[in-house]
Structures are given as structure tokens and as C-alpha cells.
Write a protein that binds this ligand. Structure first.
Ligand code: GAR
Length: 211
């Protein structure tokens, strides 16, 4: 009897390196899953080409001038739902999503953020970490809730801040860690291995544990 093939839609806005890491892991590690589509809010996002090179269908959903966030979210949801995905993966998607959108995909919506949340939610995390003088910085994978960058934490990776770090050097090391932790978290979500207890997320080791 064949195993059920799960599907995901990945949302990007830029380079798409996290998207690429996830799509590669999916193929190379033989997940029982596929990337149904990569959707960008920006037609010029470099990640669209990376996705196309991997044979993944790409779509652009650009905001219409004058239309509000609600209208955008609705159009985005309409495009996502055509793929009936088991997971919606935010990979450098640089738009805030409204409550209705987040509610619609609750439990299926996952994000990577370039800081050790709850420190430094929002933008310019590396600059703010350097300004604050923290010695440890990093990345967080979390389930998405209505508050921005505040959902239950699935995994984190820590990066030591060096005396000579610049925003760029720190960002590069954090991004490497994002690539390391995001794919396994997405896989666990797709395989139904995440267990939420209050705000705490436990990742079960095997699909059998999740049965
Ligand atoms: C990543 O560092 C990701 O954590 C960040 O954007 C970058 C995208 O890189 N996301 C956010 O800041 C979301 N708030 P990528 O396009 O190469 O994956």
C-alpha cells in the first residue's frame, strides 16, 4: 500500500535559499511529500528562478495598488487552496498576514525568523542584535499565530556573536543555521509529528510515534 504523499506550498519574497534547502531536502531525503508550488509576492524574487530550475511550479501574487491587506490575503489564500496543501511554508515571505489568513491555516502554517525569538521580532534583526550587544543570536522556526513572530517555537539554532561581526557576516551565519533547522521542522509538520502542549512544541522522532 503506497504511503500518502503530502504537499506543501512555499511562500517567498526574495532569494529563496530556505525554499531551496527545503525543496532539496524533500527530494534528496525521499520525503513522502512534494512542493506543489512556490508563490512570491514579488515578480522579481530571485527564488522564483531557483524553484523553476528545480522543476517546481511558480506563481506570483502581487498586491494590487490601493487594495488592502485583507484583499491580498484572500487572493493569496485562493491561490494556495488550489493546491490543497498539507503545509504552508513561509520562507522569507516579507508580508504580515492577517488574522483570517493565519486562522485558515492554523496548525499548517510555519515560519523561519532570523533571531532567537522572543528576542528581536520584526525587521532588521541582525542590526538590532549587534546594537543590543547580545553574545548569542540565531534563528527560530515557529508555528504561525496571529501575533507577528510569536507562535509556538518548533526549533532554534544558536550563533555566537563575534567581536568583529557586521550585520552581513552575522546574517550569513544565521542563514546557514536556518537552512539546517528549517527542513527537518517542515518534514515533521508534514508527517504529523509536532505535538502542541500549551505554547510548547514537542517533535516526535518517528511517524510511528505519531500514529
Ligand atoms: C531569512 O533570513 C528569513 O529568516 C528572513 O528572510 C530571509 C530570507 O532568506 N525572514 C524574515 O525576516 C521573516 N520575518 P531566503 O529568501 O534566502 O530564504
Amino acid at each position: 500500500m503506497g504511503e500518502q504523499v503530502r504537499s506543501m506550498v512555499i511562500l517567498i519574497s526574495g532569494t529563496g535559499s530556505n525554499m531551496q534547502a527545503i525543496a532539496r531536502a524533500c527530494v534528496e531525503q525521499g520525503w513522502s511529500a512534494r512542493v506543489a508550488a512556490v508563490i512570491s509576492n514579488r515578480a522579481e524574487a530571485a527564488g522564483l528562478r531557483l524553484a523553476a530550475e528545480m522543476g517546481i511550479a511558480t506563481e506570483v501574487v502581487e498586491p494590487r495598488p490601493g487594495a488592502g491587506r485583507e484583499a491580498y490575503d484572500q487572493e493569496l489564500a485562493r491561490r494556495i487552496d488550489r493546491h490543497a496543501p498539507d503545509a504552508v511554508v513561509l520562507a522569507g515571505f516579507m508580508r504580515v498576514l492577517g488574522e483570517a489568513f493565519v486562522g485558515r491555516y492554523q496548525g499548517r502554517l510555519i515560519n523561519v525568523h532570523p533571531s532567537l525569538l522572543p528576542a528581536f521580532p520584526g525587521l532588521h534583526t541582525h542590526r538590532r542584535a549587534l546594537e543590543a550587544g547580545v553574545k548569542w543570536h540565531g534563528a527560530t522556526v515557529h508555528l504561525v499565530s496571529a501575533q507577528v513572530d510569536a507562535g509556538p517555537i518548533v526549533d532554534q539554532a544558536v550563533v555566537a556573536v563575534q567581536d568583529d561581526d557586521t550585520e552581513a557576516s552575522l546574517a550569513a551565519r544565521v542563514l546557514q543555521q536556518e537552512h539546517r533547522i528549517y527542513a527537518p521542522a517542515v518534514r515533521a509538520l508534514l508527517e504529523g509529528r509536532l505535538r502542541l502542549q500549551g505554547r510548547r512544541v514537542r517533535t516526535l522522532a518517528t511517524a510511528r510515534d505519531a500514529a
